[in-house]
Design a protein around this ligand. Structure first.
Ligand code: UTP
Length: 293
């Protein structure tokens, strides 16, 4: 009997150096996609997948991330006094999406180290992980697709995405045996292969993992800069207990990368009826202007 996935760890303690100077005092996870912080999309995704507890890994200077999910009585009061009931309700809903706990990662010692900070809060049950700067636009929340795969296979699951071969050096690449159209039993994972990638399936920021992964995280040796890599612990998990990859349905944006962030803004804005027409017209204009140059 596979246990229900009730908790989600969201690592959001990184320095966000690719986004300086914006991230000097604003966490990159709070930068808005249209008008909604990236982190809110992520917590909403976990909540839509039936997850009750979100464990946010934070760092010095990033407490505003937790504040975003608190109540804001003055703001609510003001909106109400102006008759903006729907806006007040939308604001209130942010605080009710999930129960939020946070824990500090004192030093940015890598994704594996970040996840390890949640070990006691997670306890002895399977848990989801969604990276704080990784957005997936999907009909069924991507993490729900992974939870379903975990329940079906009983093994840890990582999200897989097809990437062009020339982009494989930027990702962790997984290889193995396809069990069905979307599910792969992982036999090998190579971090950022500079040549001969074993496949074009990249591991991206969503996982459903058994609690044993914390033991593997304690076991792996820190690499460059003292960082503990989640990939190294996943390789141990794959070898000793089995790990599957799931080619999820949906469109993924790396909102921690400037180009990915810009794409996410345009794509999400085009889905808003109040913005779509104006944005499309302007995009056509600037594309034509750029082509003419
Ligand atoms: P990234 O590598 O994208 O984050 O990690 P970063 O280190 O902040 O990025 P740059 O390269 O300096 O711009 C993916 C997610 O993991 C978190 C980040 O906050 C991000 O949401 N992370 C990364 C941690 O929580 N702790 C770490 O030590 C590293």
């Amino acid at each position: 009997m596979v246990k229900r996935v009730r908790k989600c760890v969201v690592p959001a303690a990184g320095l966000g150096t690719r986004f300086l100077p914006a991230t000097k005092s604003v966490p990159k996870e709070l930068l808005p996609i249209v008008d909604t912080p990236t982190l809110q999309y992520i917590v909403a995704e976990a909540a839509h997948a039936g997850i009750e507890d979100v464990i946010l890994i934070t760092a010095r200077g990033k407490t505003s991330m937790v504040d975003h999910f608190d109540l804001s009585p003055e703001l609510e009061e003001t909106l109400l006094s102006r008759g903006k009931v729907a806006e007040r309700d939308a604001l209130r809903a942010i605080s009710n999406m999930a129960r939020l706990a946070s824990i500090r990662q004192h030093e940015p010692l890598g994704l594996g180290h970040a996840v390890l900070q949640a070990a006691n809060l997670v306890g002895d049950e399977p848990f989801a992980v969604i990276l704080g700067d990784d957005v997936i636009d999907a009909e069924t929340p991507a993490i729900a697709q992974l939870v379903e795969c975990y329940q079906r296979t009983g093994m840890g699951v990582v999200a897989l995405m097809e990437v062009p071969v020339e982009e494989t050096p930027m990702y962790g690449i997984a290889a193995g045996t396809m069990l069905d159209d979307r599910t792969m039993r992982i036999e090998r994972m190579v971090e950022k292969p500079q040549s001969d990638p074993p496949s074009n399936l990249a591991v991206i920021g969503r996982y459903v993992l058994p609690p044993r992964v914390f033991d593997y995280l304690r076991e792996v040796q820190p690499g460059v800069g003292g960082e503990i890599q989640l990939t190294d612990a996943l390789a141990l998990l794959a070898e000793r207990e089995g790990l599957v990859g799931y080619r999820f349905e949906g469109k993924r944006y790396d909102a921690g990368d400037r180009l990915g962030y810009l794409k996410a803004n345009v794509a999400f804005a085009l889905k808003r009826p109040d913005l779509r027409q104006g944005l499309l017209e302007w995009l056509r204009e600037i594309v034509a202007e750029a082509d003419a140059r």
